[in-house]
Design a protein around this ligand. Sequence first.
Ligand SMILES: [Zn+2]
Length: 106
Amino acid sequence: MAELTNTGETVQTGERNRDASWQRARAKIIAEQELCHLCGEAVDKQAKAPDPTSPSVDHITPWSQGGTDAIENLALAHLGCNIKRGKKPLDEVRRTPYSEDWGLGF
Ligand SMILES: [Zn+2]
């Protein structure tokens, strides 16, 4: 599988610049990853938005909080999971189901 190297292209924080590098990064994530990083289930790549099971690319550090479009900050997620996460910190989203089981009141 071809490896797209980090070419050093950056998107300035605060600019909603959805240019070619973003499109390329997004396509790479969807092509190479299989599981939703939020719920851990497989993503149906045949599904199309607005189907909640369709693939989307989530920012690990949210765009609004200074996250970039760098490959390292992107991960595959169900569209539905991505929308449900919104701008919540990742550790909070991932912790939720476990903390409910534990009943520790996090
Ligand atoms: Zn999911």
